[in-house]
Design a protein around this ligand. Structure first.
Ligand code: ATP
Ligand code: MG
Length: 386
């Protein structure tokens, strides 16, 4: 039984959001098992054909944006005898010597018993039969939930529910292009954007041979971890060596990073426009490094017209790391391969740059020619969940 969150607030548009969620569920389970999916009363029911697969199915579901919780429920006829027996059969094993309570929900208003009566009936039946079981309504160790709904009665244990990621179903929120480095921050930024229903493409700037094949594998792995939440991700690998060398050889050292970042933004915007993507996404957070002060962000932002989303803008590194661990990207992010930025880092980067001065430094370069050359040699990799 899948419950969803914010979609419920969508009023008349709610069916549109629900249908996208059902489609995403179907896609995500395509290679897992044949499942029957039905939707009623703000709940989606998933019935795996092969019940052995229920565990895997639940884990997949718990990663789909829009879903708030997944409960593994037993279903029975809507009469109190069946409900009591089913509750015993399904829950007794985990109730021995435990403090428990029953919560009932009567979503089918035609059902003869009221919620408190259902609780009494089921609770009493279990108390008589399960050894060592006692009632504690304030601090139970196990909570047996009974929901009497349109198509049947459902029984499950609250404590066995998996928590979903929440957010909005992917595909309800347009498209954005993530600048995906090999670091900790940008995968989290991508996750947070996708969580709001946005389809995410990814761009990586790659400076072979200064950065190794292993560094590229690492970025692909990060994209694949993200794809676990979003299904397929288009990853554009942009050859960046010529641009970095041109910057290093022709521009003042204090502006190297900023000019490099301006190239990244311009190229990402070009890729985004070609893919009907309406915004860029970065893992920047104010003050984290020299190129992320407000004046530095102004310098890099000024070369693009589309909105640049920075979901981590107010987060501390520690908070970002907690998120990275939760979504499963941290261990890959901290693998030690060089990123293109670390290879050409200036010793004294400008922290409060003036836009005109950076523009002047950059004027030594043929910006369009360099960008065209890089864009002509982009490699597209379709990345699937690992
Ligand atoms: P991260 O931890 O994600 O690498 P960072 O803290 O190292 O980010 P910067 O190196 O200043 O910060 O990069 C800021 C942002 O620019 C990154 O979060 C990412 O969105 C983008 N970025 C940096 N390097 C690359 C790259 N090689 N390819 C694609 N995007 C990049
Ligand atoms: Mg970093």
């Amino acid at each position: 039984m899948v419950k969803y969150g914010e979609i419920i607030l969508k009023g008349l548009n709610r069916p549109v959001f629900e249908n996208v969620l059902v489609k995403n569920i179907r896609n995500s389970l395509r290679n897992t098992d044949n499942v029957k999916i039905t939707k009623a009363q703000a709940t989606i029911y998933i019935e795996p054909e092969d019940t052995e697969k229920t565990g895997i199915v639940m884990e997949r579901l718990a990663k789909i944006f829009g879903i708030v919780s997944v409960a593994r429920a037993a279903v029975c006829e809507k009469n109190i005898d069946d409900i009591r027996k089913k509750a015993f059969e399904y829950c007794a094993g985990s109730l021995e010597n435990k403090k428990f309570k029953v919560i009932a929900k009567r979503a089918d208003k035609g059902f003869a018993l009221k919620s408190p009566e259902i609780c009494d009936e089921v609770g009493g039946y279990l108390l008589e039969r399960v050894p060592g079981l006692s009632v504690d309504v304030h601090d139970p160790e196990r909570t047996v939930r009974v929901e009497v709904r349109d198509f049947g009665a459902y029984v499950y244990c609250e404590e066995d529910k998996l928590k979903g990621p929440g957010g909005m179903p992917i595909g309800t929120g347009d498209r954005a292009t993530l600048l995906l480095s090999g670091g900790i921050d940008s995968p989290v930024a991508g996750y947070m954007t996708a969580k709001r229903g946005v389809t995410v493409d990814a761009v990586n700037f790659f400076s072979y041979p200064y950065t190794s094949e292993r560094a590229k594998e690492k970025v692909i792995e990060l994209a694949s971890i993200l794809a676990g939440y979003t299904s397929k991700i288009n990853l554009y690998i942009v050859p960046f060596t010529e641009i970095q060398l041109a910057i290093r050889d022709n521009c003042p050292e204090e502006h190297l990073t900023l000019i490099m970042r301006r190239f990244m933004m311009r190229i990402a915007e070009r890729i985004a426009r070609n893919n009907k993507s309406g915004a860029l996404v970065t893992g920047e957070s104010v003050g984290q490094v020299a190129s992320q002060t407000i004046s530095a962000l102004n310098v890099t932002n000024s070369v693009v017209k589309m909105p640049v989303l920075r979901p981590l803008i107010g987060m501390d590194k520690e908070e970002i790391i907690v998120r990275a661990r939760e979504i499963g990207s941290f261990d890959t992010s901290v693998l030690p391969y060089e990123d293109c930025c670390t290879v050409f880092t200036p010793r004294h980067p400008s922290t409060h740059p003036k836009l005109e001065r950076v523009e002047k430094s950059e004027s030594a370069l043929d910006v369009n020619a360099l960008i065209n050359e890089a864009v002509d040699n982009i490699e597209l990799i379709e990345v699937y969940p690992s």
